[in-house]
Design a protein. Structure first.
Length: 383
């Protein structure tokens, strides 16, 4: 909202001749959004962690017959509230939620309301799940899997209606239902127009991505760094969309208000790094489903808003790997075959069972995530 206030006052007080003009530059607001969320998270975390501990919001891990796992019992959970709080404060300060009218009269709605709704909705699902787990005394006693999927499915349909609807979609009419192909220039293969089939794509993105990130949240610091890398790359894509020259170079449609999505992404990365200070091994707090669901929903929304639904398969490769391991173990092995097909699932517990130290598993997952992020960024040049 600082940008809105600046635009309102700049002519009356000649703000363009003062250093305050910098707040109208997207890159400057991205830096401020990052720093603001980092500082908010860094400053409020000790008090929130203490509050969660005193209120009995403590984790009860599943029994993997592991001393390391049992030693985590009692660590405060629901730390995702810290991430969500930091992002909200920063986004409300530095993002512009208002539509932008171009010189030719075309109006582009801001994606900020969509992103704010998403982080609050998915964070709310996760918070309710965490509360039920704590009150019922077990990590398997939270919200039912069916109810979770129903809520994710319903929100996916709602989000698709807004993204594709006139007056609420940040995209021009011609590109709303287009499926961008990562790294492939449109002169080689034109982006297919999915029409009504874009609705199920959005639903699948929300259900798959939010659950994949939820599955990956199992070791200290494991999920937050890959999440920050994914959101950071999606923020770069959003900035490319918003910049007319860069969009033309990358052969993307120019969407001016995607600047605000890039700023929102910067705020999320800052909050994630701030949270890592307290979530790294040995963790002082867990993000819980509050954090993993909020992150998952946000990643899904940003993937859709940057036309990166297919790119996530590479960009979020670690999360895809975790999701597939659970799919093989729970749905195919136990659900269909009637026995385990892997020693443990999600995949990070498989490595622990094989004797790999927790910190080494986490660091290796971070390294692979960084490589996937670089490969994903390279697709911009390939276009």
């Amino acid at each position: 909202m600082v940008d809105v206030l600046y635009l309102w006052l700049k002519d009356e007080y000649a703000l363009d001749t003062t250093p305050l003009r910098l707040v109208h530059f997207a890159t400057f607001r991205m830096v401020l959004a990052f720093l603001t969320s980092f500082l908010v998270v860094f400053l409020i975390s000790p008090r929130v962690i203490t509050m969660l501990y005193k209120r009995g919001m403590r984790d009860r891990v599943r029994n993997y017959d592991s001393t390391a796992a049992q030693s985590k019992t009692g660590t405060p959970t629901m730390g995702g509230l810290i991430i969500v709080g930091g992002v909200l404060v920063s986004a409300l300060l530095w993002c512009n939620p208002l539509p932008r009218t171009m010189p030719d009269g075309v109006v582009f709605p801001s994606p900020v309301p969509l992103l704010l709704m998403t982080i609050l909705f998915f964070g709310g699902i996760g918070a309710l799940d965490d509360l039920l787990k704590v009150n019922r005394g077990g990590s398997d006693k939270g919200m039912s899997r069916r109810l979770k999927l129903m809520l994710q499915f319903a929100y996916g349909i709602f989000f698709a209606m807004l993204v594709l609807g006139e007056g609420t979609s940040p995209f021009p009419a011609g590109m709303r239902t287009e499926l961008y192909l990562p790294g492939i220039p449109p002169s080689f293969i034109a982006a297919p127009n999915l029409g009504l089939f874009y609705y199920p794509l959005v639903v699948v993105a929300f259900v798959a991505i939010s659950n994949a990130i939820n599955f990956a949240d199992g070791l200290d610091g494991l999920a937050i760094v890959p999440s920050a890398l994914v959101i950071g790359v999606l923020g770069i894509f959003a900035y490319v969309f918003s910049h007319e020259a860069l969009a033309a170079t990358a052969r993307f449609a120019h969407v001016p208000t995607m600047t605000e999505a890039a700023i929102f992404a910067a705020a999320f990365v800052g909050a994630g790094i701030g949270f890592l200070w307290f979530n790294s091994y040995p963790a002082q707090v867990f993000m819980g489903d509050t954090g993993s669901m909020a992150i998952g929903g946000t990643v899904a929304a940003l993937s859709i808003l940057t036309k990166s639904e297919l790119l996530f398969i590479v960009l979020g490769g670690i999360f895809v790997y975790e999701f597939v391991s659970v799919l093989i173990q729970d749905y195919i092995g136990i659900g269909r075959v009637g026995r385990r097909l892997m020693m443990r699932a999600p995949a990070h517990h498989q490595f622990q069972h094989m004797g790999v130290a927790e910190t080494k598993v986490v660091l290796r997952f971070w390294i692979v995530s960084f490589l996937f992020a670089l490969i994903s960024l390279a697709t911009l040049k390939l276009r």
